[in-house]
Ligand binder design. Structure first.
Ligand code: SF4
Length: 445
C-alpha cells in the first residue's frame, strides 16, 4: 500500500465516522473554529458532509460554527478569521445548508483594555492569566449555552489531535468516551465532545488542506501563508482552562505578555508586516512595566491586602495615552469605543471625574460619545448646586462625591462600608487637590 492510499484511507475513515455521528441522533453540532489548520479541517469535513446529506435530501440538523475574536488579535489574523467566517456563512446560505456562523467577542467589561487600563490589572503572566477566561472562555460559552438552551444538548466538534503534544495525548487518553467516541465536556453542561481528527498527524492535516480546496470557495493559500510567516502554531478556540495557553503557542493576542517573545508577530514583521513593529514594541513595554513597583498601587483591589496591587491611576492613564498614540501612528483601530466608555466608567468610580478618557481620545482624533453623561451644572441636583455655591466648593467635585456615595455606598450597614466610603471620599478630594495643583501650583481651593 503506498503512502497516498494510506492517507486517503484515513481521510475516508474520518468522513465515514463523521457521517455516522451526524446520523446517530438529532443533537446539533457546534464547531469551535479558530481559523487554524486543525479546526479548518474539521469545518471542511463537516461542510462536505452537509453537502452530501443535502444531495440526499437529509441535511436536517443544524451545525453552528463559533469563532472567537478577542479584539486584540493580530490585525491580519483577525481580518482573515472574520472574512473566512463570512465566506462560510454566505456559501452555506447559497448552498441552502443548515449551517450558521457566529463570531463572538468579549463584552467591554471583559476586554483586555478594560481590565488592564480600566481596572489596572497588571499585564497577564503564566501565573496570573486573567485574560483567557474573560476574553475567550466566557464569550464562547455564552454562544454555546445559547444553542444548548434552544436544543437541549449539543455535540461539540473540536480539532484536537492526540499527536499535537505529549500533554494533549495524555489528556485525551485520560478521557472516558462512550461507544461513539464522545465524552461529556467537563465544564459545559449538556455538551458532548467529539474529536473527528484525533488520530491525524500534522502531515495528514496539511496533506488534506493542500489537496482539498474549501467547499465555501477560494483556497487555503492565505492561511498557509499566515502559518509560514508566523513560524507555525495556532491558538485553538479556548473553551476551558485545560486548553493549553494560547499565549504559549502562536497566533495569540498581539498584546500577549504571557510569552517571553511573540514569535508569530516577529515572523509577521520579518515577512514584511512592518506596521506590526510598533505593536510589538508596545507589547514589550506592557510586559516590562508590570514589574515596576512604582507603577502599582500599594494595596490590592480589595483595599485590604498588601500589594503590589493594580496599576496606579497615573500608569493606567499613560498606557491609554500610549495606546491611542500608537493607534494614530499605525492607522489601525486598536481599542473600541465601547471599551473606552467602559474604562471611563471604571475610572469615574475610582479616581476620575474630569472625563480624561474622552479628552485623551479627542487629543488623538477620536470623538467618543460616552454613555456616561458628563457632569454639568444643568445636570446637577439643584440643591447640591446651591450648597456648593454657598460653601464655595467646586460643583463638579461635589457632584462626583455625591454620585460616588449614592451609587457605590447605597447601603452603609455592610461591615466596613462607612470606613471605605470615608476613605474613598478622602482619596477623591486629595486627587482633586493634586490635579488642581498640577494644573496651577498656586491654586487655592
Ligand atoms: S494569547 Fe495571551 S493575552 Fe491572549 S488570551 Fe491567550 S494568554 Fe491571554
Amino acid at each position: 500500500m503506498n503512502q497516498v492510499t494510506a492517507i486517503d484511507n484515513k481521510f475516508s475513515a474520518s468522513q465515514t465516522a463523521l457521517r455516522k455521528l451526524y446520523e446517530s441522533d438529532t443533537r446539533p453540532w457546534v464547531i469551535a473554529y479558530s481559523g487554524g489548520k486543525d479546526s479548518t479541517t474539521v469545518l471542511q469535513l463537516s461542510y462536505e458532509l452537509l453537502l452530501e446529506k443535502q444531495a440526499e435530501g437529509q441535511a436536517g440538523k443544524p451545525i453552528y460554527v463559533i469563532s472567537s475574536d478577542t479584539r486584540v488579535e493580530p490585525p491580519n489574523v483577525a481580518a482573515y478569521l472574520s472574512q473566512t467566517l463570512k465566506a462560510v456563512g454566505e456559501a452555506a446560505t447559497a448552498d441552502n445548508l443548515p449551517l450558521h456562523t457566529q463570531l463572538v467577542s468579549p463584552k467591554p467589561e471583559e476586554s483586555f483594555w478594560f481590565k488592564l487600563i480600566g481596572l489596572g490589572y497588571p499585564s497577564p503572566t503564566r501565573w496570573f492569566r486573567w485574560c483567557t477566561t474573560s476574553m475567550k472562555i466566557k464569550p464562547s460559552r455564552r454562544a454555546i449555552e445559547n444553542v444548548t438552551r434552544t436544543h437541549g444538548s449539543v455535540i461539540l466538534l473540536l480539532g484536537t489531535r492526540r499527536l499535537e503534544s505529549v500533554n494533549r495525548g495524555n489528556a485525551i487518553a485520560a478521557r472516558d468516551t462512550n461507544e461513539r467516541g464522545l465524552n461529556p465536556h467537563h465544564e459545559i453542561p449538556d455538551a458532548l465532545v467529539a474529536t473527528p481528527i484525533v488520530d491525524w498527524t500534522t502531515d495528514d492535516v496539511w496533506e488534506y488542506l493542500y489537496s482539498h480546496n474549501p467547499p465555501w470557495g477560494g483556497s487555503h493559500d492565505f492561511m498557509l501563508s499566515l502559518y509560514r510567516q508566523a513560524n507555525g502554531g495556532e491558538c485553538p478556540l479556548v473553551l476551558d482552562l485545560d486548553t493549553p495557553s494560547c499565549g504559549g503557542s502562536r497566533f495569540g493576542c498581539w498584546t500577549c505578555t504571557v510569552v517571553k517573545e511573540d514569535k508569530s508577530m516577529q515572523g509577521f514583521i520579518q515577512s514584511g508586516e512592518q506596521n506590526f513593529q510598533p505593536l510589538n514594541v508596545f507589547r514589550d513595554w506592557l510586559k516590562q512595566i508590570r514589574e515596576e513597583q512604582s507603577r502599582r498601587s500599594p494595596l490590592r483591589r480589595d483595599g485590604k491586602s498588601a500589594g503590589p496591587g493594580p496599576f496606579n491611576p497615573a500608569t493606567r492613564q499613560e498606557i491609554l495615552e500610549r495606546l491611542l498614540a500608537l493607534e494614530d501612528a499605525v492607522k489601525l483601530r486598536l481599542i473600541a469605543d465601547e471599551d473606552l466608555c467602559a474604562i471611563q466608567g471604571a475610572w469615574n468610580t475610582e479616581f476620575d471625574y474630569s472625563h480624561i478618557v474622552s479628552k485623551l481620545a479627542a487629543k488623538y482624533g477620536r470623538e467618543i460619545t460616552m454613555d456616561i453623561p458628563p457632569v454639568s451644572a444643568s445636570q446637577t441636583n439643584p440643591l447640591l448646586d446651591v450648597c456648593a455655591r454657598d460653601a464655595d466648593f467646586p460643583l463638579e467635585l461635589a457632584q462626583h462625591l455625591f454620585d460616588t456615595a449614592r451609587n457605590r455606598y447605597a447601603y452603609l450597614d455592610r461591615w466596613g462600608a462607612k470606613a471605605e466610603l470615608e476613605r474613598t471620599l478622602k482619596e477623591l478630594i486629595e486627587k482633586d487637590i493634586n490635579q488642581a495643583l498640577q494644573t496651577d501650583p498656586a491654586h487655592d481651593l
